[in-house]
Design a protein around this ligand. Structure first.
Ligand code: C2E
Ligand code: MG
Ligand code: MG
Length: 251
């Protein structure tokens, strides 16, 4: 698997899928999240949970992560030119990428090469990544933010956030982890947590994304708590380039 992964980039076996994020109020597209897939020659399509940990262990995440940002920026710029003028793309990064030189260099390189405006790029860090050595993260993210790139905290609620650090991080968005959404609206405690996260985020001036919305009932619940943006199979699974174009044409 490791040897195969080493060649995956050169052999063009990695591919980005795109999942739309939808504004709850208008039903319009708020952006897309780029999610990596590996088209393995024998094993077929492999999901990130099955190879990102290996990429992290072996250090291959650095070239792979750099490619993800490049490819997401390139594709989004192409879609903007084709008419989706305001399209914004979110990318996921691993801990090893969130280092002073590494992250800045990949982002600046990808934006320059693609011609994508920095405002069109959102970088998602998981909550535990953001809270690991938070002083360093605050400094690093502030430097990058100065160029116009936005940051989002992914899988919110699964780690341990210091609220004083959360308030100091230059982020614009919180993504509520799917585990809180999954048994809504029946789970009253889960509902109370989601409602509190949305209220807290709004009072900090952050937008809230609900991850993993699959049913109308979950969507209705998110409306009652005033969530801003919805991402989930209810609207669309992550789609390859061609299928995303077909989906976008129906919007
Ligand atoms: P994530 O960033 O939290 O992405 C959301 C995951 O939830 C995606 O899984 C997406 O397909 C899935 N999802 C979205 N809506 C629904 C839904 O309604 N129901 C269900 N059951 N699932 C839903 P995916 O694509 O398998 O990615 C898993 C994780 O792998 C991501 O979680 C992210 O942490 C990581 N990942 C994906 N792409 C990259 C990448 O390019 N770089 C790095 N470092 N990590 C990545
Ligand atoms: Mg994400
Ligand atoms: Mg997530």
């Amino acid at each position: 698997m490791e040897t195969d992964l080493r060649h995956a980039l050169d052999r063009h076996e990695l591919e980005l899928y795109y999942q739309p994020k939808i504004h709850l109020a208008s039903g319009k597209i708020a952006g897309i999240e780029a999610l990596i897939r590996w088209n393995h020659p024998e094993k077929g399509l492999i999901s990130p949970d099955a190879f990102i940990p290996l990429a992290e262990e072996t250090g291959l995440i650095l070239p792979i992560g750099k490619w993800v940002i490049q490819e997401a920026c390139r594709q989004t710029r192409a879609w903007q030119k084709a008419g989706m003028t305001d399209l914004q793309v979110s990318v996921n990064v691993s801990t090893q990428q969130v280092q002073p030189y590494t992250l800045m260099e990949s982002i600046v390189g990808a934006l320059t090469e693609s011609g994508l405006a920095s405002e069109s790029l959102v970088v998602e860090l998981t909550e535990s990544m953001a809270m690991d050595d938070p002083e360093l993260k605050i400094e690093l993210l502030n430097k990058i933010k100065a160029s116009g790139v936005c940051f989002s905290v992914d899988d919110f609620g699964t780690g341990y956030s210091s609220l004083s650090y959360l308030q100091r991080l230059p982020i614009t968005e919180l993504k509520i982890d799917r585990s809180f959404i999954i048994d809504l609206p029946d789970n009253k405690d889960g509902g109370a947590i989601v409602s509190a996260i949305v209220a807290m985020a709004h009072s900090l001036g952050l937008k809230v994304v609900a991850e993993g919305i699959e049913t109308q009932a979950q969507l209705d619940f998110m409306r009652t708590v005033n969530c801003d943006i919805i991402q989930g199979y209810f609207y669309s699974k992550p789609l390859n380039k061609k299928d995303f174009e077909i989906y976008a044409a129906t919007l």
